[in-house]
Write a protein that binds this ligand. Structure first.
Ligand code: AHM
Ligand code: MG
Length: 336
């Protein structure tokens, strides 16, 4: 009976969010419409990523992005689709994208109350070989809809209203939190709908995997060097951890969320602020990990307590299972 109910009573992401938002009747329609436009962007990128090898979409577009990296054609395309979908939703007033140096202020006739920060296609080094990549997003509410300013996003991650990511992997999966639990939806390509497949995700309290670009080890600080050494040569009688590193934040964080463990992108002597961007990488992922029962730490403070001074600012981040992050926090306080 329950299998039958499962197959005929489909919990789509729209239905799920409508149910959740029914607690806030005033924002219900607007938030759902905004989310539907984000979902549309994800479906487009998913289809483009799947066709990329065939359609020769892959290749350099001859432009560099804000961070001076070469932009792939898929990045450009994905960014355009997201920006257009978000603006046309009529529910946004300010957009921050990894691919745009300046924030985008939506013209008054299309303005709504939401702000979206996003990385339309993260994990660019994995595009050409078909390894998992993803989209990351965070949503805020503007203070004054008539007058959105950068200060509306240059605030701590605690003011984020919702966050999520979509992973373009062996299946297309969207993970979302609107403040309470974390829920995972899988795209059913035959329906074109995201269906709830992983309700109420909780990250294991402790994990057996660590995930870091160990090629940077010579530049690490003492706390991280010690931590990674302990992963390999535990001193408490436990077995060593396994190393898994894809180099796509969405894929590495997704695995960490489901299997437990820790994902690290530390600062190093070359890049004192690490690599990952606070607004559209560190904040949304920290938000999701915390809502799932884990922790996110920068080496100095809780990641969501950071207050960025500019929209593309970077920060080190260590996120994952509660106990594993606790161990890093202890190493940093011992070093003080
Ligand atoms: P990107 O925005 O150019 O794709 O860079 C971000 C990616 C993350 O997805 C990933 O966690 C990290 O860069 C990997 O960096 P590295 O190659 O230095 O290990
Ligand atoms: Mg990125």
């Amino acid at each position: 009976h329950s299998m039958e109910a499962h197959r005929t009573d489909l919990m789509t992401i729209t239905r799920f969010v409508l149910n959740e938002q029914s607690k806030h009747p005033e924002s219900r329609g607007d938030f759902t419409i905004l989310l539907n436009h984000i979902v549309l962007g994800c479906k487009f990128v998913c289809s483009a990523v799947n066709k990329a090898g065939l359609a020769k979409l892959i290749g350099l577009a001859g432009e560099t992005n804000v961070q001076g990296e070469e932009q792939k054609k898929l990045d450009v395309l994905s960014n355009e689709v997201f920006v257009k979908a978000l603006v046309s939703s009529g529910r946004t007033c300010l957009l921050v994208s990894e691919e745009n140096e300046e924030a985008i202020f939506v013209k008054p006739s299309k303005r709504g109350r939401y702000i979206v920060v996003f990385d339309p296609l993260d994990g660019s080094s994995n595009i050409d070989c078909g390894v998992s990549i993803g989209t990351i997003f965070g949503i805020y509410l503007v203070k004054d809809k008539e007058n959105p300013t950068l200060d509306d996003v240059l605030q701590s991650g605690n003011s984020m209203l919702a966050a999520g990511y979509c992973m373009y992997g062996s299946s297309c999966m969207l993970v979302l939190s609107t403040g309470n639990g974390v829920n995972g939806f899988t795209l059913d390509p035959s329906l074109g709908e995201f269906i709830l497949t992983r309700p109420d995700i909780k990250i294991p309290k402790k994990g057996k995997i660590y995930s870091v670009n160990e090629g940077n080890a010579q530049h690490w600080d003492e706390a991280i060097t010690k931590y990674v050494e302990r992963c390999k040569f535990p001193t408490d009688g436990s077995s060593p951890k396994s190393l898994r590193y894809i180099g796509s934040m969405v894929a590495d964080v997704h695995r960490t969320l489901l299997y437990g463990g820790i994902f690290l992108y530390p600062a190093d002597k070359k890049s004192p602020n690490g690599k990952l961007r606070i607004l559209y990488e560190v904040f949304p992922m920290s938000y999701l990990i915390e809502r799932a029962g884990g922790q996110a730490f920068t080496g100095k403070q809780r990641a969501l307590d950071l207050v960025p001074k500019n929209i593309h600012e970077r920060s080190p981040v260590f996120l994952g299972s509660f106990d594993d992050v606790e161990e890093i926090k202890a190493l940093y306080s011992a070093a003080e």
